[in-house]
Write a protein that binds this ligand. Structure first.
Ligand SMILES: *Cc1c(COP(=O)(O)O)cnc(C)c1O
Length: 417
């Protein structure tokens, strides 16, 4: 396909795009467990109005667009307050991956500046997000990937065996993505501190859930945010359960001194002084402004309401899954994520990938993951109205696929074309 010789009118283009979307997942109906998180009608209205307003703005230069500088600062301040970072400072990024890239790069720079480390190493659990491996690959760090415990939480003793004088970063997740359990952050932070390394808490999923769970009276097994000594950076995605449109995350450092290791400053080309806080150069103002507006539109009360409903829905789904003969949920998820697996002893009878295919025929979409083979569910408030229907379909599908093994074993969580 080439660019058309003669331009095409808006209505034609919109109908072409509508046709392209026919096979996309139906997130609007709450039938997708991840990827799009639906905060409801009024959140859409706010986001769409603000998106139109900031569609063309460029946050590359906040001297030209002081509004975006202010928006970024206020979003970081709101997030820092949520995560108990009294002195915390940071930046907005395009998403969890970019926030993690920034944290890894900052840890590397800090190790170089403060401990003269030239061969930096990262210690993380095998459940840590793939973005950490991407960051290490981009920035030339060696990764020590350590097996998790039987409950899928990071194994602190096993990780300690890999911490040494070259360790610049220890990673923990709150919660981790694959099974939704929270790593022992206080122990990991202590481990990082023992050699003067940075400690990153990946709260991409939990950053806009765990604080509201705490406010709403849910028990969490242990503290995980800046209240924990030794935690130096936290990533929190507003475009997940913050319910903002895609392209909005926050990376926070414990203080401004640590934040300096993230920024890139350059004054030796013919274009003048250039400073850039994150990976992007030209940077759309749209996701920044929509995130700012959505956070303020929902408010603390709204987030507690959305979070309570989300966690109750996850609990209902977890109980429903466990009640179906042949299925189980791995570990003990504390927040909004869980992994559905064949129950011990049922591996031959129940293939969760065949189950995922059967569910997809009924319009339900789970990401497939492993090892071990599981169906991933990130539950959000949009799933609440259809949770009972889902559980009924799930039970029927388990019967329907008994003994059937899916030919396709891929765990597709990718864009390769
Ligand atoms: C989603 C996620 C990321 C990566 O974030 P993107 O926004 O997809 O780039 C990192 N860590 C965890 C735990 C996540 O759930």
């Amino acid at each position: 396909m080439g660019i058309p010789q003669h331009g095409i009118d808006k209505d034609t283009l919109l109908s072409e795009l509508t046709a392209k979307r026919a096979r996309d997942v139906r997130w609007q109906d709450g039938r997708t467990f991840g990827m799009v998180y639906d905060g409801g009608e009024s959140v859409h209205e706010v986001a769409e109005a603000v998106a139109a307003m900031f569609l063309h703005e460029n946050a590359l230069n906040t001297y030209a667009f002081p509004s975006l500088g202010e928006i970024q600062r206020e979003v970081c301040d709101m997030t820092a307050e949520l995560l108990h970072g009294d002195t915390a400072a940071g930046f907005m990024t395009s998403g969890g991956t970019e926030s993690i890239l920034c944290a890894v790069k900052a840890a590397r720079e800090r190790g170089k500046a403060e401990r003269s480390i030239t061969a930096p190493e990262v210690v993380l659990a095998e459940t840590a997000h793939a973005a950490f491996h991407k960051a290490a690959h981009y920035f030339g760090l060696t990764v020590h990937k350590v097996k998790v415990r039987d409950d899928f939480r990071a194994d602190v003793d096993a990780m300690a065996a890999h911490v040494n004088d070259n360790t610049v970063l220890v990673v923990g997740s709150a919660p981790q993505y694959p099974q939704g359990v929270i790593d022992p952050i206080p122990d990991l932070a202590q481990l990082a501190q023992s050699v003067g390394a940075s400690m990153h808490v990946d709260a991409c999923m939990g950053g806009f859930v765990l604080p509201f769970m705490e406010m709403a009276g849910f028990e969490l097994s242990h503290p995980w945010d800046f209240r924990v000594d030794g935690v130096t950076t936290i990533s929190a995605d507003i475009h997940k359960l913050g319910y903002a449109p895609k392209g909005a995350s926050v990376i926070l450092h414990r203080d401004k001194h640590l934040r300096q290791y993230q920024t890139f400053v350059f004054d030796d080309w013919l274009g003048g002084f250039y400073a850039s806080p994150n990976v992007q150069g030209t940077r759309s103002g749209m996701p920044m402004a929509t995130a700012w507006a959505v956070m303020r539109h929902i408010g603390l009360e709204g987030y507690q309401r959305l979070t309570t409903l989300t966690i109750e829905t996850r609990q209902k789904m977890e109980a429903g899954v466990r009640a179906i003969e042949g299925l189980t949920v791995l570990g003990h998820p504390e927040a909004q994520l869980m992994a559905i697996a064949a129950a011990p002893g049922y591996e031959d009878r129940v293939d969760v990938f065949a189950l995922g295919d059967a569910l997809q025929e009924r319009g339900w979409f789970h990401d497939r993951q492993g090892p071990p083979d599981t169906l991933h569910a990130t539950v959000s408030v949009g799933n609440a109205p259809v949770a009972d229907e889902y559980l009924r379909d799930l039970a029927e599908c388990v019967e329907a696929v008994a003994g059937i093994r899916a030919a396709d074993r891929s765990t597709n969580y990718a864009t390769l074309e």
